[in-house]
Unconditional design. Structure first.
Length: 501
């Protein structure tokens, strides 16, 4: 539980959004929101009490009957308006991300664009929600299936994608006829409030979409609330496991996406200039604060020495600076605590530090860590085993592709993985043998398009459903099968089990 803070007078209050309007917190607890580029507190976000979580859930429950009864044609029309409004306001939304997360504006714009792809996918909701029918399954009997919304559902989202990941949740959830309660990260909450304002402007009825801020008190209240039917979560593996276990124990449907340690195999036949460019972007983009960031390059055989030199040259050339400066390529990390944790890993003396992000010198008190490259990493080092979630790229050296595949398959995380090669045979062997949920061939961050689903394996996912795409539609609906017969006269009933005759 976070204690109440005395916010400086200049900071803005960040309230909840309940039943179509801003709702000032009554719990007496708030949390600080910082501008990571300056280290200065910019906001004070309300932390919800159990009673305030219930207020949001009850608003969603009241809005549910009318929302789920809206025709698919009208709901689709509304989604097209949502898409157009978010597209028009995408830069304004992206500026919230830069101000509170720290990522550079071009990266923030890319995040909003990838979120909009899911909204565009949901505009096809009349097709996505179609059922199936079998005529004359038995004599004079027809069978058909339909999918219906779950009810009130909740999303608990991470700091690293404060616009995109919520879109991955509320987009399919609302399209399917559910109402939604969002608990965004308390580190960068303003994008979620702006989202609520845009949805209201687009015409989403009051109570259909609600935002509640907070810490573990708010999370546990959602996990335990009798009127919440499903929980979606993205975050670290320990919390994902906790969310899955606790929500499941309370009878809720759960998708909980956990941590990652994404590898990229680099074969000797790879184009190393191309590879170094893309590994640099994948390792250091958004200061490494992506669940799909590449944090381990597995250099096979003769590729290692030249690859490390090219990665070194790329890393030292990255322009690090505030996200709104047009020439900045990488911004700060999200909090001072995150910076201190990352710096601690770099200083543990593991491997050979080729580029040291601790040496960066930027004026002011921002949360800065520069690109870091560590060579000769081994699998027993903490810089390999732990999810650092910062701009730290490690290089592990192996002799063969089989050795690289075996190394990756031993890792408990299995979110995304890539291979850089010019060999179709090597790529095919890799994609068949690797035990990871999302695979890229010469693509370092293989985030699927919206019409596929996103999700890892092993300790990167708890639950049966991946997020967005077809599996997102299935997660936010439940199936009914209807068997019908319209007899012309009274038929004799039989005591035996019914069969298809």
């Amino acid at each position: 539980m976070t204690d109440t803070i005395d916010a400086p007078a200049a900071v803005k209050p960040i309230n909840h959004w309940i039943d179509g309007g801003a709702f000032a917190g009554e719990s007496g607890r708030t949390g600080p929101v910082y501008n990571p580029a300056t280290g200065v507190q910019s906001g004070a976000v309300d932390f919800a009490s159990v009673e305030e979580i219930d207020r949001a859930v009850q608003a969603a429950k009241r809005a549910l009957p009318e929302w789920r009864s809206m025709s698919l044609a009208k709901r689709a029309e509304l989604f097209f308006r949502i898409r157009e409004l978010f597209h028009a306001e995408r830069e304004e939304l992206a500026k919230f991300l830069t101000a509170e997360h720290g990522k550079v504006l071009s990266d923030a714009m890319g995040e909003v664009t990838r979120g909009l792809e899911v909204i565009e996918f949901c505009c096809g909701l009349p097709h996505l929600l179609k059922g199936e029918m079998t005529e004359q399954a038995s004599t004079s009997v027809d069978v058909y299936s339909i999918r219906q919304p779950l009810g009130v559902v909740a999303g608990i989202t991470p700091f690293n994608f404060p616009a995109m990941v919520p879109m991955w949740m509320w987009g399919p959830a609302l399209a399917c006829g559910n109402t939604f309660v969002l608990k965004p990260s308390e580190k960068d909450p303003s994008a979620s409030v702006y989202t609520a304002q845009l949805l209201k402007e687009a015409g989403v009825p009051d109570g259909v979409f609600n935002v509640v801020h907070g810490d573990k008190v708010a999370v546990d209240a959602l996990l335990e609330h009798d009127d919440v039917s499903a929980i979606s979560f993205v975050g670290s593996t320990p919390i994902a496991r906790y969310i899955h276990e606790r929500a499941s124990a309370n009878g809720k449907r759960v998708q909980a996406l956990g941590g990652a340690k994404n590898h990229a195999i680099v074969m000797p036949d790879a184009d190393l200039d191309f590879t170094a460019n893309h590994l640099t972007a994948a390792g250091y983009g958004s200061a490494g604060q992506r669940c799909m960031a590449i944090s381990v390059a597995v250099a096979v055989g003769d590729a290692a020495d030249e690859l490390v030199e090219k990665l070194r040259a790329k890393a030292v050339a990255i322009k690090v600076g505030p996200g709104l400066e047009p020439d900045s390529e990488m911004g700060p990390v999200v909090t001072g605590a995150a910076r201190d944790r990352i710096v601690d890993y770099i200083g543990r003396g593991e491997g050979d530090v080729v580029v040291d992000g601790r040496e960066i010198d930027i004026e002011g008190d921002g949360f800065w860590v520069g690109p870091t490259l560590i060579d000769n990493v081994t699998t027993d080092m903490s810089v390999y085993t732990d999810e650092i979630f910062g701009p730290v790229l490690g290089v592990v050296r192996v002799d063969t592709l089989d050795e690289a595949i075996e190394l990756i398959n031993r890792n408990p995380f299995a979110n995304g993985v890539a291979i850089f090669t010019g060999s179709g045979q090597a790529a095919r062997l890799f994609q068949r043998k690797i035990q990871v949920g999302m695979i890229g061939v010469n693509v370092p961050i293989p985030v699927p398009m919206a019409f596929y689903s996103f999700g890892g394996w092993k300790q990167s996912l708890f639950g049966d459903h991946h997020i967005h795409g077809p599996e997102g539609i299935r997660f936010y609906t439940r199936a009914k099968v209807v068997t019908t017969r319209w007899p012309e006269s009274l038929d004799a009933a039989h005591m035996h089990f019914p069969t298809a005759t």
